[in-house]
Design a protein around this ligand. Structure first.
Ligand code: SF4
Length: 346
């Protein structure tokens, strides 16, 4: 297996893209070991993510230091409701994805190759440090799938950590365990998108055989960094009561305090089913709350759907209206009224 990139040319703008991490040579093919798509890539061809290419028998990453989007976002937009509530985070994205979800809400960058600007890891950290005066806490790797930007995320996150900045991943969780272990020491918080509990959903709508590795990622990282999960409720695809119960059962087996965001789907890209009906989303939230202590409704305003409520005494710990946040937590992130821990990292 080849790892690291010390012996190769530099990032975008230079002749040769960087050598990727986590691959092995198989004759004239390369075998990418980064994610469960398990691509074997012939000469000059790209992997399924369209950002890792076999060039002369070497797997290279074509999106290193290439940025499609950079913005300061509320941390709640990731969504993370239990990690440093009310703060801002510099959010960076590139292009490419290891999935091809028919309902992708960001398909112009996940499935296309839009114009990019170069931002080295050093420049990214400088930008994040400059933004500290505007409340920035760190860098979020988001907008498209950060797993297929592995080398850049790893290099940037290591520098950011040294500079005292937080690193946040917004991810589908479909990464092999070896690369995840390599990244994890630099990660402060993750939001993992659990698209469904059944493999048929992943197969027919997302272009991968199974979603099991995404659940495994959550199980692996829980307790090692802050983690929350998101489930996009796609109309007539993963929104039955049975499917929501199965998701809540599994999440509760990780921890009843694992925060779950159930988000409203809207038609996008190749999927034309109507938006999730509000009453179905409300029902899904109610079902999940039977097993989980912190369940939120996303992409929709539901009464009480965004507040963090103490499961023991019923007091509101964090009240939210859109991205406006009002915290009533103790100094340690516990319920100010009864002292119960609310799984909040301040
Ligand atoms: S990261 Fe890309 S090239 Fe590698 S296995 Fe996944 S989809 Fe294939």
């Amino acid at each position: 297996m080849a790892e690291g990139n010390d012996n190769v040319a530099g990032p975008a703008g230079e002749d040769q893209p960087r050598e990727a991490a986590w691959w092995e040579s198989e004759g004239d093919q390369v075998h990418c070991l980064l994610c469960p798509q398990d691509c074997r890539i012939g000469p000059w061809r790209l992997g399924r993510c369209r950002v890792r290419r076999n060039l002369d028998g070497v797997l290279r990453t074509v999106n290193y230091a290439r940025i499609t989007s950079a913005a300061m976002d509320p941390i709640e937009k990731k969504p993370l409701y239990h990690f440093r509530p009310g703060t801002q985070i510099l959010s960076l994205g590139t292009f490419g994805c290891n999935l091809s979800c028919r309902f992708c809400q960001n398909f112009t960058i996940s499935q296309g190759e839009p114009p990019t600007e170069k931002l080295t890891p050093e420049q990214a950290v400088e930008l994040a440090l400059d933004a500290r005066s505007r409340g920035n806490i760190g860098i979020a790797y988001t907008y498209n799938e950060p797993i297929v930007w592995f080398e850049y995320v790893r290099d940037t996150a290591a520098l950011a950590r040294e500079a005292g900045l937080a690193n946040v991943l917004v991810t589908n969780g479909l990464i092999r365990e070896g690369p995840l272990e390599e990244l994890l020491p630099f990660v402060d918080a993750m939001n993992v998108d659990i698209k469904a509990m059944d493999d048929e959903f992943y197969r027919s709508l997302c272009g991968i055989r199974s979603g099991a590795q995404a659940r495994r990622t959550v199980e692996m990282v829980f307790g090692r960094c802050h983690v929350e999960i998101t489930n996009l409720l796609v109309t007539d695809a993963n929104d039955s009561e049975e499917q929501v119960r199965a998701l809540a059962d599994w999440a509760a087996s990780v921890s009843p305090d694992l925060p779950l965001h159930i988000s409203r789907y809207r038609p996008s890209y190749k999927h034309t089913a109507p938006a999730t009906p509000a009453d179905r989303l409300q029902r899904a939230v109610e079902i999940a709350r039977e097993q989980l202590n912190f369940v939120y409704a996303g992409n929709i305003m539901l009464d009480g759907g965004s507040d963090t409520i103490c499961p023991d005494c019923g007091e509101i710990g964090v009240a939210r209206r859109g991205y406006s946040v009002s915290s009533r937590l103790s100094d340690t992130g516990a319920c100010a009224a009864c002292g119960r821990g609310l799984n909040v990292a301040l």
